[in-house]
Write a protein that binds this ligand. Structure first.
Ligand code: URA
Length: 209
């Protein structure tokens, strides 16, 4: 598959199994989403370019490596993306955060934008788009279309769960955007939900059902 990074680390898979379970409480689901996102953050940033700087330890001077250029910007797809944000910020606390509000028209499943706010210097930054569920790909494609208008250095899509339909859709429109995920499930049901999946990620993070 075209630039899809399946994160099979045992910690990631264990946490995902707990998140999938219908009986997992809102409290636990939210905590697990944060912990799993921290694990994903390490994988997504594995190949960031670095350079050496001179530093002074308490013992002596040395050269040591730091990440190149400006920091990341996270683009959280509201509202479920918020479930991944705190975990990502734990690992990259100086990252900037943008938001895009998209709702799925329940009949057409098409993504409709109702909010968009990004840092002014997004063109100089690497963007990580966060949405726990890459399902039909409609929201993902809409978010990538929108962020590319700002000309960022790079765009990556990070989710917890996806399916072949979602991957195909994103890579048909944006073959240059790598997808990072903890699992690729069987497919979509007639309402556009991933099966076996974990249900509605937004409802499970916020306890709204
Ligand atoms: N959004 C969700 O929250 N869950 C799905 O299965 C699909 C889209």
């Amino acid at each position: 598959m075209n630039d899809v990074h399946l994160i099979t680390h045992p910690l990631v898979q264990h946490k995902l199994t707990l998140m999938r379970k219908a009986e997992t409480s809102t409290n636990s689901f939210r905590r697990l989403a944060g912990e799993l996102s921290q694990c994903l953050a390490y994988e997504v940033t594995r190949d960031l370019p670095m350079h050496e700087i001179e530093i002074q330890t308490p013992m002596r001077a040395m050269k040591s490596r730091v990440i190149d250029g400006k920091k990341m910007v996270f683009l959280s797809i509201m509202r479920a993306g918020a479930g991944m944000l705190d975990g990502m910020l734990e690992v990259m606390p100086s990252a900037r955060v943008g938001h895009i509000g998209l709702y799925r028209d329940p009949k057409t499943l098409i993504a409709v934008e109702y909010y968009f706010k990004m840092p002014q210097d997004t063109a100089e930054r690497d963007v990580l788009i966060l949405d726990p569920m890459l399902a039909t790909g409609n929201s993902a494609v809409a978010a990538i279309d929108r962020i590319k208008e700002l000309g960022p250095r790079s765009v990556r899509f990070v989710c917890i769960l996806t399916c072949p339909e979602g991957i195909r859709h994103v890579h048909a429109e944006h073959p240059d955007v790598p997808i990072y995920t903890a699992a690729i499930d069987e497919g979509l049901d007639e309402h556009g939900y991933i099966v076996p999946g974990l249900g509605d990620a937004g409802d499970r993070v916020f306890g709204t059902k």
